[in-house]
Design a protein around this ligand. Sequence first.
Ligand SMILES: [Zn+2]
Length: 68
Amino acid sequence: MRVKCVLCDVIENINDYSPLAKKLRNRPIHTYMCQTCYDRIETRTNERKETGSFRQYSDEKEKDEWVF
Ligand SMILES: [Zn+2]
């Protein structure tokens, strides 16, 4: 089954019998995102999350180190 990525317009061939193909067939409104775009978004989301918590953590650690 040929699907088009909603973000970068790349056309990909996915397995007709995969759960994703079934989902797209049953719900044509459901948008497809290629693995590259999916990874990019996921990485960005994770990076933001990790940076946020990492900064908090290192700030606290730095403070502790300065105190001692
Ligand atoms: Zn894409």
